[in-house]
Design a protein. Structure first.
Length: 283
């Protein structure tokens, strides 16, 4: 029987008690100690690639929909003064968890409990606006993007990663039905790629880069580049059982990228992940 909870905090606490969901808990960084989970995220392939887009930038960063603060932690360790925006007050997956993480590790993280559609900050307040798996949760995608553009300084960067995309509206139900966490509390959603782009560009962002599902490590969850190579080798072995040969071939990056590019043409999975890098024009 599917469980249903009145808060996300309750849902996560239940999830952590399920022996068959241990890997999901780790993949979602819901495990404790929280510092260990935050350090694991900071050392992940996903964060290393995100960090490459922030290279050379300093100043203030807004982490929108910060959850339990793993990205806020990574941003603070990169030297940013961080404001973590998180409407959920929870001590395990919400604002309470972020405050404890910041206090125990003497990190420059301020926590604000508010929604992304109404940011309580002045215009041009932040050098970086970061959002991890946030846009698809927004109640008003266009309004949220406009607010994030408003509070970003001219010349600043907007990084929105791991957003669920569907090919057509009728795919939404299939995505929600197969989502491993949606049945616990709800709140999941997905948009057409065109809806994200319309919202980002309509908000005023420029120089928008789209990171597609199979060609950026940011979007490979629950895989890394290494585990994806192993999975492809395993499936190729079903056709021709020469594992060592396939593994050797797949280590050649140009060929691996060509294979992923080809596969992406046929990738219509409901809820596949995209990421977006955009900028606010310099004054």
């Amino acid at each position: 029987m599917n469980q249903k909870f009145s808060s996300w905090e309750e849902a996560v606490l239940w999830l952590r008690d399920q022996p068959d969901r241990c890997q999901l808990v780790l993949d979602a960084y819901y495990d404790d100690p929280l510092l260990d989970a935050a350090e694991r995220y900071r050392s992940s392939e996903e964060w290393r690639h995100i960090s490459s887009y922030l290279n050379g930038r300093t100043g203030t960063a807004l982490d929108v929909g910060a959850g339990r603060g793993i990205a806020s932690y990574a941003l603070a360790r990169e030297g940013f003064q961080v404001v973590a925006l998180e409407p959920d007050p929870g001590r395990v997956v919400g604002a309470g968890a972020i405050r404890e993480l910041a206090d125990r590790n003497a990190l420059a993280i301020e926590v604000v409990e508010e929604f992304s559609e109404r940011l309580p900050f002045d215009d041009s307040s932040f050098d970086v606006v970061f959002a991890r798996a946030v846009l698809h949760h927004t109640r008003d995608l266009n309004a949220a993007c406009k607010e994030m553009h408003r509070v970003l300084k001219p010349g600043g960067i907007f990084v929105a990663v791991r957003e669920h995309v569907i090919s057509r509206e009728s795919d939404l139900e299939a995505f929600l039905n197969q989502h491993p966490l949606h049945h616990l509390y709800g709140g999941e959603h997905a948009f057409l790629l065109s809806s994200y782009l319309d919202a980002v560009k309509g908000a005023g962002f420029c120089d928008v880069t789209v990171l597609t599902p199979l060609r950026s490590p940011i979007n490979l969850f629950p895989h890394t580049s290494g585990t994806l190579r192993e999975l492809i080798a395993e499936r190729l072995c079903r056709v021709l059982p020469l594992r060592s040969v396939w593994q050797t071939i797949l280590r050649w990056d140009p060929l691996f990228r060509v294979m992923l590019s080809a596969a992406e043409r046929f990738d219509h999975r409901p809820g596949r992940l995209y990421s977006f890098i955009a900028h606010k024009a310099a004054a």
